[in-house]
Design a binder for this molecule. Structure first.
Ligand SMILES: C[S@@+](CC[C@H](N)C(=O)[O-])C[C@H]1O[C@@H](n2cnc3c(N)ncnc32)[C@H](O)[C@@H]1O
Length: 271
């Protein structure tokens, strides 16, 4: 069954180990995903509730379950609503031919009733005999009261896809339980010579990674400012601007640096 699934689901974002030595062909090797997970420095998840916002194929949801979480909810709607296998095939040939491709929701592969993009998640969930609960919802418009609050919330690879990052983090604060933590992983940018100014770069087209669904990249100051303004009591940058040699610093002064940050924002503890 495992091998049939790999044939019927040709397109994977995440590399997920379905059985010893059987790994889905994600966009990066399994070690890279495991390293990202490790760098999040997650707390002990035993007995905790976890919400994975923008779960895609579920690598981080399944990992949280494996790490002992009592309840894991995998929330997504966007890529689940598109036939991502067909979309990515067209995206790759359009990139090679230099023809711009619309984002999935404006393409002919958008099929939100059928949810063809959820097939890899569903297949992995079945093979892993997982109890991760899939929830189909647009995080920016859905009823958050119905979703509830979670001890640990993953906000990985999603902030820069959202048109309104400030409102997104406010909503993320709403689903983070008192004393809970929001783990953020995001595209980031540092401006030459202005590390202390909070700043977000805006991408009107497909300037960021050739992906028209990317809108914003904050610098470290802006990410912290956004999290605090959204109501988080505490903020720690887990991986931020790289330490540079003096020559690299000189070069960095001349040009903008595109980076990837990880951070944890904590909600006030219960009183
Ligand atoms: C770059 S992928 C990141 C996947 C995964 N979290 C990771 O870090 O590997 C972005 C994910 O966010 C989801 N997403 C984007 N906008 C969303 C929204 N408004 N509500 C829920 N999910 C969303 C996409 O469908 C996609 O699965």
């Amino acid at each position: 069954m495992t091998f049939d699934i790999l044939q019927s689901c040709p397109e994977w974002y995440h590399s997920i180990e379905l059985a010893p030595g059987v790994v889905t062909p994600g966009r990066a090797p399994l070690e890279v995903w495991n390293e990202t997970l490790r760098k999040l420095q997650l707390p002990d998840l035993h007995g905790k509730s976890v919400l994975d916002i923008g779960a895609y194929d579920g690598f981080f949801s399944f990992a949280a379950e494996r790490l002992g979480a009592a309840r894991v909810v995998a929330l997504d709607h966007y890529v689940w609503s598109a036939d991502m296998a067909a979309y990515m095939e067209e995206w790759r040939s359009s990139r090679d031919s230099g023809m711009p491709m619309p984002p999935p929701h404006l393409s002919r592969h958008w099929r939100p009733v059928e949810l063809p993009g959820r097939r890899p998640f569903d297949a992995a969930r079945a093979i892993l005999e997982s109890n991760v609960e899939p929830v189909v919802g647009d995080f920016m418009t859905m009823d958050l009261a119905a979703l509830g609050r979670f001890d640990v919330v993953f906000f990985l690879g999603i902030l820069y896809h959202l048109e309104e990052p400030m409102r997104a983090l406010r909503r993320a604060a709403t689903v983070t339980a008192p004393g809970g933590a929001l783990f953020i992983e995001t595209e980031a940018v540092e401006l030459p010579g202005a590390p202390d100014a909070p700043f977000c770069e805006f991408f009107p087209g497909n300037e960021l990674n050739d992906d028209a669904s990317n809108w914003w990249a904050p610098n470290a100051k802006a990410l912290e400012g956004l999290a605090r303004a959204a109501g988080f009591a505490d903020f720690t940058l887990l991986s931020g601007p790289p330490r540079l040699s003096s020559t690299q610093r000189l070069r960095a002064r001349m040009r903008r640096q595109r980076l990837r940050y990880r951070a944890v924002a904590r909600a006030d503890a219960p009183r």
